[in-house]
Design a protein around this ligand. Sequence first.
Ligand code: SAM
Length: 385
Amino acid sequence: MPEDLSAALAEVRDLLLDPGLTRAVAAGRRRGAEPSVVRAELRPVALKAGRRLQIVTNDGARPHTRNVAPGAEAEAAIDALLTEPFGNWHVESAGSTVQLRVTKKGDAQVHRQDSTDDGDPAPRQHDRVREHLLDPGDPLFEVIGGSAAKRRQVDAFLRALAATLPAEGLSTPLRVVDLGCGNAYLTFAAFRYLTAPVDAGGRGLDVEMVGVDVREDQRDRNTGLAERLGYTDRLRFAAGTILDAAVEPAPHLVLALHACDTATDEALHRAVGWGVEWILAAPCCHHDIAAQLRERPAPGPYQLITAQGILRERFADVLTDSLRAALLRGEGYRVDVTEFIDSAHTPRNLLLRARRTGTPTPRTEYDELVTTWQVEPRLAALLKG
Ligand SMILES: C[S@@+](CC[C@H](N)C(=O)[O-])C[C@H]1O[C@@H](n2cnc3c(N)ncnc32)[C@H](O)[C@@H]1O
């Protein structure tokens, strides 16, 4: 329901001045108007001189940071920003998240979400067991969309990510790539989780992220969403193949959720080529090895496994991911294979999780397995070069 813009901006002003503010972003533009900066981000910071409100504005060329004192100085700075014709305001506080979008008619569309249902002050992040890392009702999804099932899947993937990254010692900025990002639900969710302040349930990291997909329409759609969210100085989308898309400098972390068939092999190959620290890849359909198994007789007594189509397909899934894991170990990664979500949600629920150790494991068993089955995984062919 549209609301009066002045009243909604007054509410935003109160939230920006409230000590409970954790982060706010203003971005986008109203119809027929142009703000003097493309984006403004506000967050409280603790300096030697005391608590300050940090305001980072970006004129499209470079960021400009200033720290203003609470009181009159902060009020003046906030009032100046509120007069800018931004199209969106996103304000996160300890107890709530408010998202304001200015409609074409100049009204305000406001989404308000409390962190607690009962009106009690929101408990701090580390005082409670979180049901979600990114709540399916989070205002982010108002912008990026996504079915309830996709939101749950993305949240489950974030849990695996959260369990993978160490609490400290991460590179800054942390460079992340999502390969085969499609509609980028995971890309946006991961960006949001990694950059959100710790108090708001995130990791508080400086992140540079790229979403890669072969489809140009996906790139254009996702870029538009990133603009609406005010993320474009840190998150971009590239149209290109996983093998060739320009991603410079090399990332530290590669994500790939359900990249089709051998696109997962391409993602693993690209990740190895970059020498990334971590890989989280949830494979999708597996046709490559299944087709190779169909073409030749199974060794020894294993005909019993491959004679029936459904058994052959399931076996091909297991064989494909076992060989992928072995190849990654041979490239100096520690790998575990887990389920990131229950199989009732999706049968494609396996996750290959790899951490670079720099110490390759000999590929003896891998060699025996591919010789026995007379198969060549796509990843092996790619690694051969
Ligand atoms: C099943 S969708 C998954 C999208 C997204 N990761 C998710 O889970 O919602 C697979 C995506 O990978 C993209 N894709 C497939 N092969 C690719 C390749 N070789 N290079 C780049 N993108 C590819 C497709 O265009 C598609 O958007």
